[in-house]
Design a protein around this ligand. Structure first.
Ligand code: CDT
Length: 309
């Protein structure tokens, strides 16, 4: 048995005027709870340090840059790294990253129990649009503020397990889980900021949006015999509701822990990494059963191409 007690640290809303220091205080309170629950690893959401700023259309570069972190850890987040190290808890959280040479990414990092960063992922599937869209009820400007990630989908050995990360919209793409599954991933962590309302189809409803989130993560877990932990930033951010629904999914695709609120809330489950072995060595033994000679389209083609008639 290789048990990792995992905490999914769902966060309630962060308003546009909230400071990094205020947010980190909330993250520290969740970390304190996680210590009480004997967690080994705590997963925080996408863009955990600020409001979901890509909903705001901005033209002033200085205004945009203010949402980005130029180093990690930095003064605002050092207390988080320090406390995680003191507690011996590994952490993962998302933030907006500006590199020294001026590139912008939607990033998440993973630490070991000593508070050292052992993994970095930069979001690859950027949803939304890059210019103001008058046809939407509200904006989703990730394509404006971020570049697609350039690090692929790596997997790291941490806490005696193979771990990978993705971010929010990535969770809806089966290729994401498979690329990590092909590297032996036993745990896939992700954070998300998902509006409760579809800006282009307001009738869709929260129930359907939560279902699609669950469906994506449970399928990814089952089809790769991997644990999946999905953690929301939720609640009303300056009049814009984000859905909750944070879950921990076992390698059979079952939800074993689920958030009940739209606020700061820790969900916890003792995840045995050895539970991945059965699926990985039987129905999803990739080496025995995959037929890559028929998968060429997956990488050769992006959009739909109908056969010639
Ligand atoms: N943050 C993020 O990726 N959110 C998307 C919503 C996109 S709607 C244009 C998601 O897939 O949850």
């Amino acid at each position: 048995m290789r048990e990792i007690v995992i905490g999914g640290a769902q966060m309630g809303p962060i308003q546009r005027t909230d400071t990094r220091a205020q947010v980190v205080d909330r993250m520290l309170a969740l970390l304190d709870q996680a210590r009480g629950a004997c967690c080994d690893l705590v997963v925080f959401p996408e863009l955990a340090l600020t409001t979901f700023f890509p909903r705001w259309y901005m033209e002033d570069p200085a205004e945009v840059e203010a949402w980005f972190e130029t180093e990690m850890p930095n003064a605002a987040t050092q207390p988080l790294f320090d406390r995680a190290r003191t507690y011996g808890i590994a952490i993962s959280f998302g933030y907006a990253e500006r590199t020294p040479d001026g590139h912008h990414f939607n990033t998440s990092i993973l630490t070991d129990k000593a508070g050292e960063i052992v993994g970095k992922y930069r979001k690859i599937h950027l949803p939304g649009h890059s210019e103001y869209d008058h046809d939407r009820a509200f904006q989703h400007l990730e394509k404006r503020y971020f570049e697609p990630g350039d690090l692929g989908f790596p997997v790291w050995r941490n806490l005696d397990a193979w771990m990978g990360m993705c971010i929010c919209n990535d969770r809806r793409w089966p290729e994401v889980y498979r690329v990590m599954g092909l590297q032996g991933a036993e745990l896939i962590m992700l954070g998300y900021n998902t509006p409760s309302v579809n800006s282009q189809a307001s009738a869709e409803g929260l129930e359907q949006r939560l279902y699609h989130s669950d469906l994506s993560m449970t399928a990814g877990a089952y089809q790769n015999a991997s644990w999946v932990v999905g953690v929301a930033k939720a609640g009303d951010e300056d009049g814009h509701p984000l859905m909750a629904g944070s879950i921990i999914v076992d390698p059979n695709g079952f939800v074993v822990a689920r958030a009940e609120t739209e606020g700061d809330e820790l969900i916890v489950y003792p995840c045995d990494m050895d539970l991945c072995a059965f699926g990985k060595s039987t129905i999803f033994d990739f080496a025995r059963h995959r037929r890559t000679e028929h998968y060429g389209r997956i990488t050769a083609q992006t959009g739909v191409e109908y056969p010639d008639t």
